[in-house]
Write a protein that binds this ligand. Structure first.
Ligand code: FES
Length: 109
């Protein structure tokens, strides 16, 4: 089995996330639908989650969709969220309305 971590998703069970994939990719691969999927590249902000436990790193993101203050408060973009330990996340973050209007390829499970 590949190296990775367990992602506990509030209200949506848990899934295994390989160390080289994003939390959003792991959720999509395993059929978890709690987080909306947009650009998958850190540029639309629809996949906002809050990390409530665990260590992680964030890949490149658009600051217009995740401020430094939000990031410091544990908010992350799941498509650019890479676990470095088991994580617990909540999906209660509501993306900014402007993010939904500017993207044409957003899907909600
Ligand atoms: S899906 Fe667009 S920022 Fe994550």
């Amino acid at each position: 089995m590949a190296e990775g971590f367990l992602i506990h998703i509030d209200g949506d069970g848990s899934c295994f996330c390989r160390s080289d994939e994003s939390v959003l990719a792991a959720m999509m691969r395993t059929g978890r639908g709690a987080v909306p999927v947009g650009c998958r590249g850190g540029g639309c902000g629809v996949c906002r989650v809050r990390v409530v436990a665990g260590r992680f790193r964030l890949g490149k993101i658009s600051r217009s969709h995740l401020s430094a203050a939000e990031q410091a408060d544990g908010v992350a973009l799941a498509c650019r969220l890479y676990p470095q330990s088991d994580l617990a996340i909540t999906c209660a973050e509501v993306p900014p309305r402007s993010a939904n209007k500017s993207e044409g390829a957003i899907s909600w499970p």
